[in-house]
Ligand binder design. Structure first.
Ligand SMILES: *Cc1c(COP(=O)(O)O)cnc(C)c1O
Length: 356
């Protein structure tokens, strides 16, 4: 497999190689049943087994208790931007922290569909608890734990007196999370959990069942809670791939080990940036720097194309920043190895030395 690149893609992103290899082995004939997962009924005993095992593994990884529902949906993070206000603004306003592209988009959608307020807005950092101003009729507080485009993470979980809702699309399964502090968390799978097409939602059961009147059946969380996510055909192949990712993650040491690795990998890259004497720039306040998406600019933006071409020659792929913010971004999710990170770090040092 030496022809594979070091893949720093932001999403869909690198998958663990053993997972891809196992899926390839099982592609045409799953466990000797004579058919592919792709060809199997979602209501078959085999597939329901995969589905249930995946839920159980997530429950084990995050120590999720029975007060919470674990659901598999479609529509990505974007559909959650709509489902959250549809399901939780019947009793008051959604209060949003905006500190990047994704939390802003979520707020704008909530404003369209229900009542939504901005509780705090910050740039280049996560807000501090004492800056957050909830409206009197606050129903929930919403934040994005890791802003994928901007490279900003919350160093701690905000303490507010209302239901806490978080978009964890890009740091899902990268660290332990005390789920019982949350009303709901969601994550599009394609960053750190599996393929595009699957969204996982973990919600406190007692909060479900009070959507706005107009809420379509498929946008009501209760529909999924009551049907074990099988009201309609779920994204079966994506669930199967995420099942393999969970097995891999447990074998590798779980979320504690992923946290340890993500600290090691991200520190390595930030060190190169900080020691480059301004050749590389990261504008994020240090305590809010993402451990998943390391964003940086070259001081001399005229070198961007040369930098990207040189990276490509070293098998380093997908480090161009998001089109909205420009610059560079190295996404270092669970499946990105330390070897890949070291290769990038060495390249960055050499490039800076060659062009200073
Ligand atoms: C990628 C991403 C999204 C958007 O996800 P889609 O699945 O494309 O809708 C939302 N929030 C965060 C934090 C993301 O990283």
């Amino acid at each position: 497999m030496s022809n594979r690149i070091y893949n720093f893609a932001a999403g869909p992103s690198a998958m663990p190689l053993p997972v891809l290899e196992e899926a390839a082995r099982e592609m045409t004939n799953w466990k000797g049943r004579g058919l592919s997962i792709l060809e199997m009924s979602h209501r078959s005993k085999d597939f329901v087994g995969i589905y249930k095992e995946t839920v159980e593994m997530l429950r084990d990884l995050y120590k999720i208790d029975d007060d919470y529902e674990v659901m598999f949906l479609q529509g990505g993070g974007h559909l959650q931007f709509a489902m959250v206000p549809l399901n939780f603004s019947s009793e008051g306003a959604g209060n949003y922290a905006i500190n990047g592209v994704w939390s802003k988009k979520a707020f704008l959608e909530a404003q369209r569909l229900g009542k939504a307020e901005i509780a705090i807005q910050t740039e280049n950092r996560a807000p501090r608890d004492e800056e957050i101003r909830l409206s009197k009729d606050a129903s929930y507080f919403y934040y994005c734990s890791n802003e994928t485009v901007n490279g900003i993470r919350y160093p701690s979980i905000p303490k507010v007196g209302v239901k806490l809702i978080s978009d964890m699309s890009s740091d899902f399964l990268s660290q332990p999370v005390p789920i019982n502090k949350f009303g709901l968390i969601f994550a599009g799978a394609q960053k750190n959990f599996g393929p595009a097409g699957l969204t996982v939602v973990i919600a406190r059961k007692e909060l479900l069942g009070k959507p706005l009147d107009k809420t379509p059946t498929m946008l009501n969380y209760e529909t999924y809670a009551k049907s074990e996510s099988m009201y309609n055909t779920p994204p079966t192949f994506a669930i199967y791939m995420s099942n393999l990712v969970c097995h891999w993650l447990i074998k590798e040491g779980g979320v504690e080990e992923m946290q340890r690795r993500s600290i090691a990998k991200s520190s390595h890259l930030y060190k190169v940036i900080d020691e480059s004497e301004g050749f590389y720039i990261n504008k994020i306040q240090k305590d809010s720097r993402s451990r998943m998406n390391v964003v940086f600019n070259l001081k001399n933006e005229a070198l961007n194309e040369v930098f990207l071409d040189g990276a490509k020659a070293k098998n380093i792929g997908n480090i161009k920043g998001h089109r909205i913010v420009g610059g560079m971004r190295a996404s270092i999710y669970n499946a990105v190895t330390m070897e890949a990170v070291e290769t990038l770090a060495e390249y960055m040092k050499q490039f800076a030395a060659d062009h200073s």
